[in-house]
Design a protein around this ligand. Structure first.
Ligand code: AMP
Ligand code: GLY
Length: 428
């Protein structure tokens, strides 16, 4: 079978690499992919020069090339109805429908759905009129809140505020100057929760659910969780924070009720349901849902997955997850360190040649997933903010961390940097 992976980040390199290992697969196409997928030796992986948002062109490519399964990586094509378009054409695509993708594409939809499903979350108020939001902030006690744009904003539409003044500024940025565009047409003001964060991802066909081992992302740019928010500077799995007890509670009180409520709302969910959670003193609460694999959480998860991913993806699309064996995982932890361009998450320059990738690749239990890279004269150069996800397995989290950073030391380009403390939270 031929498989098409849509997207060009670290998540899609990890997916293409894992899909390429499947005995069911002859060829993997990645649209648009990156230098990592172009140079991938595992399976037969090939880039296709199509944007991940160009649904008609992706559909045409899939028809012309007899693609047996398309896997949509990012949220934007999912929210634009990519899976619906493929299904309507009689093609199999992994991911939720446009209506089900609302769970990520509209935070207001998500919060209301969780309220109906009786799933624990931060208290919230929604506003379409910024004047009412300002009035609300003036009328209540000056307590920390989080102000969020309703729509997709590449992870940037969430502003965590210490006080009323910051919250008013956030309302102005989202709904006044429309910093996040249409995403800010509605906004949310939420209670600010305190606790430890974890990501729990599950694959579901709407009836059966396969929960994956917990992971932890590192969103702030700098060590010790300082600095501006990013797409994620590193991740590891499993996290000792999430005990078996917590995992059971998350399945029973969060994931299952959410999937049921989606069915009741006539938006049956198929694909990856990613719960961003805060483990608070008052219990486990949902911060947000994503409707896809996390990036970079996908990289350590794919490194640990021992089952044939394609078997799981196909069973999900066909609605027969109950017929296959549960996913098997390497018990060893994996740590992924993101190497970024100088200036990220602000502006940065591109086109710097990346050296040392061969030396890193020779280290045992290491896989360097590419994110923002491209080929220049056949050689990899930096082409984005998050450039590489250097991922390693180890017998313990400390050993996986050590191995990942040993690989990081082999790699260099002008302005390359990374956080030095990925996975340290596990050891606290
Ligand atoms: P989100 O995109 O909703 O996951 O938000 C991005 C980040 O903002 C999360 O990873 C949290 O660190 C933080 N955040 C979001 N909502 C809240 C909340 N209600 N309380 C505290 N922090 C939050
Ligand atoms: N790692 C966070 C995300 O994928 O949204």
């Amino acid at each position: 079978m031929k498989v098409l992976v849509v997207g060009g980040g670290g998540r899609e390199h990890a997916l293409a690499w894992k899909i390429g290992q499947s005995s069911r697969v002859d060829r993997v196409f990645v649209a648009p992919g990156n230098a990592g997928t172009a140079l991938e030796e595992e399976g037969s992986v090939e880039n296709v020069d199509l944007a991940d948002s160009d649904i008609p062109a992706l559909l045409e490519f899939a028809k012309q090339n007899e693609i047996g399964l398309t896997v949509i990586g990012p949220e934007v094509p999912l929210a634009a109805g990519a899976v619906d378009a493929f299904s309507a054409a009689g093609l199999r695509a992994f991911g939720p429908s446009q209506q089900a993708a609302e769970l990520e594409a509209s935070k207001v939809f998500c919060k209301n759905l969780l309220r109906h499903a009786d799933v624990a979350q931060a208290e919230f108020h929604t506003f379409s009129d910024p004047a009412k939001a300002r009035l609300f902030l003036h009328d209540r006690e000056d307590v920390p809140v989080v102000v969020k744009a309703d729509g997709l904003a590449a992870g940037k539409g969430v502003i965590v505020c210490d006080n009323r003044e910051e919250a008013l500024t956030a309302v102005e940025r989202i709904a006044g100057s429309k910093e996040f565009g249409e995403a800010g047409c509605q906004l949310l003001i939420e209670e600010r929760l305190v606790g430890q964060e974890a990501s729990i991802l599950a694959i579901t066909d709407g009836r059966t659910i396969f929960t994956m081992p917990a992971a932890q992302d590192h969103k702030p740019a700098y060590d010790g969780d300082q600095g501006p928010n990013t797409g994620g500077m590193g991740a590891y799995s499993p996290t000792p924070l999430v005990t078996d007890d917590i995992m059971r509670t998350v399945e029973e009180r969060i994931l299952v009720p959410t999937i049921h409520q989606m069915k009741r709302s006539r938006r049956p969910f198929r694909g990856v349901l990613y719960a961003g959670l805060m483990i608070t003193k008052q219990g486990i609460k949902v911060l947000e849902y994503n409707v896809r694999f996390g990036d970079p959480e996908c990289q350590p998860l794919m490194m640990r997955l021992q089952s044939d991913l394609v078997e799981v993806l196909e069973a999900t699309v066909d609605g027969r997850l109950d017929e296959i064996e549960p996913m098997r995982w390497d018990p060893r932890p994996a740590v992924c360190v993101v190497m970024a361009s100088e200036g990220y998450p602000g502006s940065y320059t591109k086109g710097h040649p990346i050296r040392g990738l061969d030396a890193a690749a020779k280290l045992p239990d290491v896989k360097v997933f590419h994110a923002g890279t491209s080929l220049w004269d056949g050689l990899p150069v930096s082409h984005g903010g998050r450039v590489l996800g250097v991922t390693a397995l180890g017998d313990t989290i400390s050993q996986a961390k050590l191995q990942a950073y040993t690989a990081v030391k082999c790699i260099r380009w002008e302005g390359a940097w990374c956080r030095k403390d990925i996975s340290d939270k596990a050891l606290q």
